[in-house]
Design a protein around this ligand. Structure first.
Ligand code: FAD
Length: 279
């Protein structure tokens, strides 16, 4: 029988807010996840799967949803023809390290992203609108659990948009694993280090953050907001579309987001959040 506990922690979101989770659990197998789903159904509470929390904003100090941390066993299994089977709990950086050591191409532009494979697949993680590349460029298939069944779909069969898939948000569809297809490549320098150097000069990691805040917004408005501070949360003065947070609660972040949305509305535009907000 799985255990649902309460937990007070600042480790489940990269904004490092201190939240009280009224209902928290960790699953180590699909069987445990199924039991949690049954429990959430019986109690009629929403269920949120957290990977590494690098795109997750807990919008309430006391969180009502059943928050489930992915603790499935880590698997990185080489398959014939430069293919790789990876479980959803594996970190992006672990896959990139494998690819580099085995002279394979990969999504090296995600070397600066502190994500699990499950989170990256759920978010259709990629390099930014101008580049039109994402982790799905390397996907042969994704295996997931949904509505009592295990299913496998090819990358093309999975419905997705910019930073959005059928797995994004608050739901009980669990990505279990994926098969990647890579191509041999020779490197003259380390693409992982290269990307991390790029991140140092272009991104702002001096305080807790979840990377880009909006997946769609008006650049001049975001530019005008740079440096705006509310309490201990602020829009980064260095990087656009980026909030740094040093507060234990999420109110400052939520107000900064509300201001951006209001300014968009005032000029007849819409700002769409990339962050997943959970209550
Ligand atoms: C410094 C920094 C840089 C970043 N740079 C980028 C970037 O370049 N490109 C980019 O796309 N993003 C970037 N991000 C955002 C973030 O890292 C990505 O969205 C990432 O994919 C989230 O992964 P995660 O494991 O932390 O997911 P979480 O934040 O834990 O979850 C995000 C979503 O995925 C779902 N999810 C997680 N695991 C599973 C699973 N196993 N099955 C089903 N659903 C699941 C969650 O329910 C939620 O809806 C950055 C973040 C930071 C902090």
């Amino acid at each position: 029988m799985v255990k649902v506990d309460s937990l007070t922690s600042s480790n489940l979101s990269f904004y490092r807010t201190l939240n009280h989770f009224k209902r928290y659990g960790e699953f180590h197998s699909l069987e445990e996840f199924r039991e949690y789903c049954d429990w959430a159904n019986q109690q009629q509470v929403e269920l949120y799967i957290v990977g590494n929390g690098s795109n997750t904003l807990f919008a309430a100090q006391s969180v009502n949803s059943l928050v489930l941390k992915n603790k499935l066993a880590k698997l990185i299994k080489p398959l014939p023809n430069s293919r790789l089977e990876v479980s959803s709990s594996v970190m992006i950086t672990e896959v990139l390290k494998y690819c580099y050591e085995n002279s394979l191409n990969s999504f090296y532009y995600l070397a600066s992203v502190p994500a699990t494979i499950g989170g990256a697949l759920a978010m259709n993680a990629g390099r930014g609108r101008n580049y039109d590349v994402s982790i799905y460029d390397f996907i042969e298939s994704v295996t997931f659990y949904s509505d009592g069944q295990i299913q496998t779909l090819t990358g093309a069969e999975i419905k997705k948009g910019y930073r959005e898939t059928i797995f994004t948000g608050v739901h009980s569809r669990l990505i279990l694993s994926a098969i990647f297809q890579f191509v041999p490549e020779q490197f003259s320098c380390d693409p992982i280090l290269e990307r991390r150097e790029w991140a140092k000069s272009h991104q702002d990691n001096v305080g807790p953050n979840c990377g880009s805040v909006f997946k769609s917004a008006c650049p001049p408005i975001l530019k005008a907001l740079q440096g705006l501070k509310i309490g201990k949360a602020s829009y980064s003065a260095k990087t656009g579309n980026w909030i740094l947070n040093r507060s234990s609660d999420s109110k400052g972040i939520l107000m900064l987001i509300a201001i951006a949305k209001f300014l968009h509305l005032a000029v007849g535009k819409k700002a769409l959040l990339e962050l997943i907000t959970v209550k």
